[in-house]
Design a protein around this ligand. Structure first.
Ligand code: CO8
Length: 258
């Protein structure tokens, strides 16, 4: 599929999706969001892909929703197109693990897109923020909901109310990102993590993603029940037999996604 606002490379079971609107700091316009969702769905359905990475440029992962595109819209316009609901639903429905590799600005919708991924690896240049308040709007793709779950109410309020940016070190301390690496090592580190995931049984990786994500939706007792049921179901797979046998035989497991 030909894309104009993203670049997709598939190599060694990893789909690397690069947001590519350099003149607009990778602002997320309708075309980019549509192409990104199409590319994610292609990767999800492609047997060769076992893990996905979304990244941007050195300067910006994405500086938010496209302000030029939104500026003239009325309430009725955004209500009728249900602005950003489609992107939220389509990215959330991807079953394969997605890593956000963030350098530079991840602001507004950019920060929200990173949080929609399964985990975030940040370059030491990364800056996260929900500055929508400066534009007379509020977050619209999870900046008030997911961010609060990640970093707690106080820091989320601070970000959403003052519009200040959080650097990579603070983001790691607050639990927004899983690791911080030197900018020049970002893709290498993200690819290394993706490679590790790609080596696992894909059934198990998808199950692990599913159960962690349910923790955001369910009370603890229901979440524990769901986890236990999925854990039990793993014993129906050949990969569970192989994984445990390989451990006991002191050899590397040869998973077959069965
Ligand atoms: N939309 C459109 N264009 C943008 C955006 C944006 N969000 N951000 C930057 N650009 C453009 C600039 O207009 C400029 O274009 P031009 O050269 O044609 O004037 C170009 O990118 C370079 O930007 P700057 O000259 O401003 O570069 P600086 O290095 O001086 O500043 C910043 C970089 C700090 C990133 C600055 O550009 C900035 O503050 N950008 C806006 C950040 C922002 O407010 N983001 C929130 C947007 S609202 C939003 O995201 C709502 C979320 C709802 C859900 C979204 C789902 C996708």
């Amino acid at each position: 599929m030909a894309f104009e606002t993203i670049i997709v490379e598939i190599e060694d079971h990893i789909a690397l999706i690069k947001l590519n609107r350099p003149d607009a700091m990778n602002a997320l316009n309708t075309q980019l969001l549509g192409e990104l969702c199409d590319a994610l769905e292609d990767a999800d359905g492609n047997d060769k892909v076992r893990c996905i990475i979304i990244t941007g440029s050195d300067k910006a992962f994405a500086a938010g929703a496209d302000i030029k595109e939104m500026s003239a819209m009325s309430y009725v316009d955004v209500f009728n197109i249900n602005l950003f609901a489609d992107a939220n639903d389509r990215v959330s429905a991807i079953r394969k693990p997605i890593i956000a590799a963030v350098a530079g600005y991840a602001l507004g919708g950019g920060c929200e897109l990173a949080m929609l991924c399964d985990f975030i690896i940040a370059a030491d240049t990364a800056k996260f923020g929900q500055p929508e308040i400066n534009l007379g709007v509020i977050a619209g793709l999870g900046g008030s909901q997911r961010l609060t779950r990640f970093v707690g109410k106080s820091k989320s309020m601070d970000m959403n109310l003052t519009g200040r940016f959080m650097d990579a070190e603070e983001a790691e301390r607050a639990g927004l990102v899983s690791r911080v690496v030197p900018a020049k090592k970002l893709i290498e580190e993200a690819t290394g993590a993706a490679q590790k995931i790609a080596e696992k049984s894909q059934i198990t990786a998808i199950a692990a993603k599913e159960v962690v994500n349910r923790s955001y939706e369910l009370p603890l007792s229901e979440g524990m029940l769901f986890e236990r049921r999925v854990f039990h179901s793993m014993f129906a797979t050949e990969d569970q037999k192989e994984g445990m046998a390989a451990f006991l035989e002191k050899r590397a497991a040869q998973f077959r996604d069965k």
